[in-house]
Design a protein around this ligand. Structure first.
Ligand code: NOJ
Ligand code: CA
Length: 571
């Protein structure tokens, strides 16, 4: 018989730390490991079982750390390898696992591999990257684009060839068809696994291989549309159309079949280590689960966040589609925001009830079937910050969008408004720890790397929320706690109860313990009366409206606006 006991990465609540913005331990305006270590007790008190760190490696920071110049070290502004080891040890001592960000597709152009590769055509590392002769007219080899704007090909005058980059030109793509690249990268993977890290979040795996026959794409999106895709908060249908158009534009640069063999190889490498190390894919394609046990352990359910309004029908359709497609044994993974998109409170708000909606959505991500991944700051209800000056922008993608908009005929004011609105900086501002200068992230008077959102003074900070039993922070704590002690919630099967428009009702049934929970999320600003045909009686185990511990009758249920209710069914 199959062992039904769930693995740690199925039951734990994950939390993404954006190192630059989490906690500044040495007061230079930039987050670091000393700061992160000091906040581990906080994460433990929240009930976090695993953290994923966005890149902590040395980097020229053209793409905020996703341009790595040394895969086996720590960026000096974050500390030293010794600091990292201390972080890992202290996290483990609190029962918190640590995942690193693994960027396989590209390195920084400052990485010694690329410095060598570009030095001459016969350098032994030449073939570690993707070099091509110019087209007969001297232009780029084909019409492929970079997803961050402009051609995907950059001319290198010294050697008279172009190199390929899916992202910024400072992020040359590695040539993964060269076995030496694979060996070098697997060495880096072993370096961290040997040190005891618990796994990796895989960056941009879809882009690792390109079609070797290099056909021109027939996509119809403009440069500016490419830059805006996935960055604007749009209705689900528009998001879907854009996604389809992006797939067409990047079709030969994306999702090549060989990537699955590579993922299998990486998985096999991880499986040689004890301790159940884990791989999470930053790509919504279910194919990365492989047969359910031979590629990635978890693949983000990104379609769940590709909307500007999370409605009951939207969630039901998402779950029906996603869960039915998972291969046997595969485990879902849900998230509502990360360092690339609008914060969940801003993204799904209606402008009037944003906080209430965020609370409902927090309950959603923590009660759906699958591993939930939170993004630092969502637990205190942090919001996007729209910057007002061009020189404040740190996200070079937004700066490219600014220039593309100007080229398109926009005025500087219009271009800045657009760039600031879609800039990833909006969700990367420093964590708000207290109602104090710099939100307690850095000492008073220090200029932080991105401006602090002034709304820390309006209660959106950890210290004040600690003491308020009704705060967002304590709401997340309660939700996580009930999840942790309720097998139906952390491992049960999902089933929708009805097709209601205003509220989402579903059950989570755990065969092993025989427990069934009912989750009801009123996603509307109106009260709702309903009858849920799941059982005559149930005991409320979580409530946004003071029903905890009380009995309810699912067949006669009155919900307050935005009410959240979790109940254990009784017979
Ligand atoms: C996805 C990362 O999440 C994003 O921040 C980054 O810019 C690209 N991959 C390139 O590494
Ligand atoms: Ca610092």
């Amino acid at each position: 018989m199959m062992n039904k006991t769930k693995r740690w990465w199925q039951t734990a609540v994950f939390y993404q730390i954006y190192p630059r913005s989490f906690a500044d331990g040495n007061g230079d305006g930039i987050g670091d490991f000393t700061g992160m270590i000091a906040k581990l007790d906080y994460l433990q008190s929240l009930g976090i079982g695993a953290v994923w760190l966005s890149p902590h490696y040395p980097s020229p920071n053209v793409d905020c750390g996703y341009d790595i110049s040394d895969y086996t070290n720590v960026a000096p502004e974050y500390g030293t390898l010794e600091d990292f080891k201390r972080f890992l040890q202290e996290a483990h001592a609190r029962g918190i696992r640590v995942l690193l960000d693994l960027v396989l597709n590209h390195t920084s152009d400052q990485h010694p591999w690329f410095v060598e590769s570009r030095s001459s055509r016969d350098n032994p590392k030449r073939d570690w990257y993707i070099w091509h002769d110019p087209a007969p007219d001297g232009g780029p080899p084909n019409n492929w684009w970079s997803v961050f704007g402009g051609s995907a090909w950059e001319f290198d005058a010294r050697t008279g060839q172009y190199y390929y980059h899916f992202f910024f030109k400072e992020q040359p793509d590695l040539n993964w068809r060269n076995p030496a690249v694979k060996q070098a990268m697997w060495d880096a993977v072993r370096f961290w696994l040997d040190m005891g890290v618990d796994g990796f979040r895989l960056d941009a795996i879809g882009t690792i291989y390109e079609d070797p026959t290099m056909p021109n794409h027939q996509g119809t999106l403009s440069q500016l549309e490419v830059l805006r895709a996935w960055r604007e908060n749009l209705p689900a249908e528009q998001m879907q159309q854009l996604t389809n158009a992006m797939m067409e534009t990047f079709r030969y640069q994306f999702g090549q079949p060989e990537v699955h063999d590579l993922m299998k190889e990486l998985r096999a490498l991880l499986d040689t280590y004890a301790g159940d190390r884990v791989l999470i894919g930053e790509d919504d394609d279910i194919a990365y689960y492989g047969n359910g046990d031979d590629e990635l352990h978890l693949v983000f359910n990104f379609p769940l966040m590709r909307t500007n309004r999370i409605t009951p029908a939207f969630v039901r359709a998402n779950q029906a589609e996603r869960l039915s497609k998972l291969p046997p044994g595969a485990w879902p993974c849900n998230t509502l925001n990360n360092h690339d998109v609008s914060r969940m409170r801003t993204a799904f708000g209606d402008g009037e009830h944003d906080l209430s909606i965020a609370r409902v959505n927090a309950a959603l991500v923590l009660t759906l079937k699958g591993t939930p991944v939170l993004y630092n700051g969502e637990e205190i209800g942090m919001t996007d910050l729209i910057l007002s000056r061009l020189d404040q922008l740190r996200d070079n993608q937004a700066i490219n969008a600014y220039h593309a908009a100007i080229a398109d005929g926009a005025t500087p004011e219009q271009a800045l408004a657009l760039a600031a609105r879609i800039s990833r900086d909006r969700c990367r501002t420093p964590m708000q720890w207290a109602n104090a200068p710099n939100a307690g992230f850095s000492p008073a008077g220090v200029e932080t790397w991105l401006p602090v959102n002034p709304n820390y003074a309006e209660g959106i900070n950890v210290a004040e929320q600690e003491h308020d039993p009704d705060s967002m922070l304590n709401y997340y704590r309660r939700l996580i706690r009930v999840r942790q002690r309720t097998p139906a919630l952390y491992q049960g099967e999902y089933a929708p109860v009805d097709e209601a428009e205003e509220y989402l009702a579903f059950t989570r049934r755990d065969e092993e313990s025989g427990q069934t929970c009912l989750v009801v999320l009123n996603m509307s600003p109106e009260p709702v009366a309903t009858s849920l045909p799941v059982a005559d009686r149930a005991r409320c185990i979580f409530s946004s409206h003071g029903r905890e511990g009380r009995g309810i009758a699912p067949r006669h249920l009155h919900l307050a606006p935005f009410e959240v209710l979790i109940a254990e069914l009784e017979g």
